[in-house]
Design a binder for this molecule. Structure first.
Ligand SMILES: C[S@@+](CC[C@H](N)C(=O)[O-])C[C@H]1O[C@@H](n2cnc3c(N)ncnc32)[C@H](O)[C@@H]1O
Ligand code: SF4
Length: 445
């Protein structure tokens, strides 16, 4: 978690600690005297409780469902379409086996769970029986204590969120439903090979809202066929739904998509970067007028009330464990990912193997850079957090670049924080990448 703002006393004690560290090696002369027994010196060690020494750190759970009703033309996710029920059932069985096996193998059983996220693909494509089977398995093998478990999100495509499905999500305990809406203009949806229509989408949002869960909808700026006029309509209709939060993704073009092929064959055109920036500026103005406030630089919440726990915790560096094909996670300084082939995944689980195929142990530099890149998505970096965790002042690491960004109007230093300005938010990850580049260029070997 990012630390609270530093009080003057904390800042003073950190300064004392720095002084004491400097004294530790001051007046250094060649000598065999002064055998080093420990570091940092005991003088600054404080009284602690045993649970501080061995903290049972919370973990977040990600469950991946790869199935979709169709392959949307812009989508770069590895998804599976046209699956038979028997194939989905086999996948769900494999998933449940992984939950049972990995909760034991990776010591997850004792750890408090902060959040669960069923992502995809399209989790709402599964029937009620399969969704309950997965949820029951999580309950059986993990500590889903309602005191700690703050959020249970299920991602869905509106066309699959019928009344019966929404009721099932409520029964499972989902308290956040996130739907890919992308656009509320039928022509734009059709050009992206979506089955949804404005009517189906608004009906599905209504069903999701009736469950009492917080509803998020994703919009995409820069789809094929988008103009300022269609975008204005989408933003207006999105606000009229009264959902808890609206997320705007900038359309990214990937080589594995139908968009990529259609663009090359001149079947479609896409808005250019300048047009997309204008779409984002327009949306942010409308959101501000409706008091939808930025929780991160691409999600805006009604009256600033809803914080998406799962993403916040991950961006703040908490662990997350992945279940399912191609899912990735983090335990401590290790990042890792499961196989991205569904058949391999299912077969490996049936043989009782672990599906993890690749990983990376982060260096201290990786962790600092990651904390900058992901942390700033929440619109600020906390100086105290970096000081407490790494012992560095952020300004001493990349003060020159921070000054440059401040001069360009993307950030400002305020109350112990480096805060993104409105323009900084419009430019998305640019600020984080600018600072990350400085650190990598200077320190990476
Ligand atoms: C994994 S999808 C889940 C939602 C659900 N399957 C649906 O489409 O309704 C998550 C979100 O990723 C976003 N997305 C997919 N492809 C994208 C792309 N090429 N560029 C930017 N965002 C994209 C979409 O906004 C989508 O809602
Ligand atoms: S946008 Fe959603 S429904 Fe469409 S292919 Fe991607 S994950 Fe599947």
């Amino acid at each position: 978690m990012q630390a609270e703002l530093q009080t003057p006393e904390v800042a003073q004690s950190q300064h004392d600690l720095g002084d004491s560290r400097r004294r530790f090696i001051a007046n250094l002369e060649p000598s065999r005297r002064g055998f080093v027994t420990n570091y940092p010196n005991f003088q600054h060690w404080k009284k602690v409780q045993p649970e501080q020494v061995y903290p049972v750190a919370p973990v977040n759970i990600y469950v991946h469902i790869p199935f979709c009703a169709q392959q949307c033309s812009y989508c770069y996710y590895r998804t599976v379409t046209g699956s038979r029920k028997s194939e989905m059932d086999r996948y769900v069985d494999a998933l449940c086996k992984e939950i049972e096996q990995s909760s034991e193998r990776f010591g997850l059983r004792e750890r408090p769970i902060s959040s669960i996220y069923f992502g995809g693909g399209t989790p709402t494509l599964l029937d009620e029986k399969s969704l309950s089977k997965i949820t029951e398995t999580l309950h059986k093998y993990l500590k889903l204590d309602s005191n700690n478990m703050l959020e249970f999100t299920v991602e869905g495509e509106p066309v699959t969120v019928i009344k019966k499905k929404a009721d099932a999500l409520k029964k499972l305990g989902a308290n956040r439903i996130s739907m890919g809406v992308q656009s509320l203009c039928d022509d734009v949806l059709k050009l992206s090979n979506r089955q949804d229509t404005e009517e189906k989408v608004t009906r599905a949002i209504g069903f999701a809202q009736e469950t009492g869960a917080a509803v998020n909808i994703d919009l995409m700026s820069g789809l094929a066929g988008e103009s300022m006029e269609t975008w204005q309509y989408t933003v207006k209709r999105a606000l009229e739904t009264g959902v808890e939060s609206i997320t705007v993704y900038k359309t990214e073009l990937y080589a594995n998509t139908q968009y990529f092929k259609d663009l090359r064959n001149e079947k479609i055109t896409l808005p250019n970067d300048e047009e997309e920036i204008e779409f984002m500026r327009y949306a942010m103005d409308q959101f501000a007028n409706a008091n939808y406030l930025p929780w991160c630089f691409f999600t805006f919440t009604k009256n600033g009330n809803y914080q998406h726990v799962h993403a916040t915790r991950i961006w703040e560096g908490e662990d997350y464990f992945p279940f399912g094909v191609s899912a990735f996670g983090r335990l401590g300084s290790f990042l890792f990912q499961n196989t991205n082939d569904v058949s391999n995944y299912v077969e490996q689980m049936e043989r009782g193997e672990t599906p993890i195929v690749r990983g990376h142990r982060m260096t201290a530099l990786d962790e600092i850079v990651r904390d900058i890149l992901l942390g700033i998505k929440l619109n600020f970096l906390d100086y105290g957090y970096f000081h407490d965790k790494y012992g560095f002042n952020l300004d001493s690491l990349c003060g020159k670049e921070i000054n440059e960004l401040a001069t360009k109007g993307y950030v400002e230093r305020k109350d112990g924080r480096l805060v993104l300005t409105h323009e900084g938010m419009v430019q998305g990850d640019y600020t984080g990448k600018f600072l990350a580049r400085a650190l990598i260029n200077q320190y990476a070997v």
